[in-house]
Design a protein around this ligand. Sequence first.
Ligand code: HGY
Ligand code: MN
Ligand code: MN
Ligand code: MN
Length: 399
Amino acid sequence: MLPVNPERFLADLHMLRSFGAAGVGKGVVRPAYSDADIAARAWLAERMREAGLAVHVDPVGSVFGLAEGRSLLMGSHSDSQPEGGWLDGALGVIAALEVARSSVEAGGPAVSVVSFEDEEGRFGVTTGSAVWSGNLPLAKADGLTDRDGVTFADARARMPGRSEGFVDPSRFSGFLEMHIEQGPVLDREGEAIGVVDAIVGIRDMKITFVGEQNHAGTTPMQGRRDAFQALSRFNTLIAERFANVVTPATVWTIGHVALHPNASSIVPGKVTFSMQWRDGDADRLKRMEAIIRETAEEVAAKRGFDLSFGPMLGLEPVDMDARLRGALESAAVAEVPGRWRSMPSGALHDATNVSKLMPVAMLFVPSIGGISHAFGEDTDEADLVTGLNVLARAVDALG
Ligand code: HGY
Ligand code: MN
Ligand code: MN
Ligand code: MN
């Protein structure tokens, strides 16, 4: 097996955490194109060079460390949520770096490394890999805005050292992504490894209701066109209507709300909010979309609100490649017999986009208490190292 170095791997993982370290638990604040993200990517590029890989920063800031000739690609993302954990994405990038580096040292199979940009969707949904794969045309991505109105085009222009062109995907034989589970299953069951069978699909859209801004003391309740009340009504109605369509695995979230002008003595005149929904079945995602659109129209019509929908972003559910998945399963059987399972991913990953270009597979390690997208996210060191060993064994077998 490839002689991976757990101490070096853990030291690099902690080093990456130091970029944007939040000082609360182990969390990080390293959103795409922030100063911390840009500095972390410069450090990563240097580590890739030291490992003997050729660095290519693509037009959106995804950082590749390329092995010569045809290779396996491995990695994930190093941007974080506005309040993120230290392992989400980072683990997959640093594990890939350690495997690639060990492989160069030991004369093993050719492995390239990638850290995709904006996986966490400051602008879109897994933006960097979506653009690379063609799931999101660059021209469309450039027009997307973050919650403060900054465009993707302006944000990506901040990333130094970008190349004009994208990496040719035909140089890669497949893609492996290691990640924390971000859910409670492995931790609860005392298991060490999850081999992913499929990744759910997602839809994400901004919705705006415009009513009438007015004085909160003098405007009678009767006849108000209060944008918050429209959102509140919409939220209640979709939960009732989804009940006939969803399964226990279906999820939906209104995670960002911008209420205008957001003051206690003003009847709010406008609300823009994010509506996101996820499921493993593409038809169900469509039925939910129809309910969302009809319900928003009904709420708007009742009290004369103006309604608008932003561009709908989405990714289809995808299955993992049987051969790559088999290699991960065999490695898990060898490393942790009886302590691994096959499981779906309810979180989105760059692997979804990359599956358009080449075969992909994914490996999970446990998340303590199932916590992620929060500063409290963590994994036992022993589990991090087990994941690295399973990955290295699979790469050796595939090579
Ligand atoms: O939200 C997600 O599933 C991913 O972590 N960006
Ligand atoms: Mn992630
Ligand atoms: Mn995430
Ligand atoms: Mn007044």
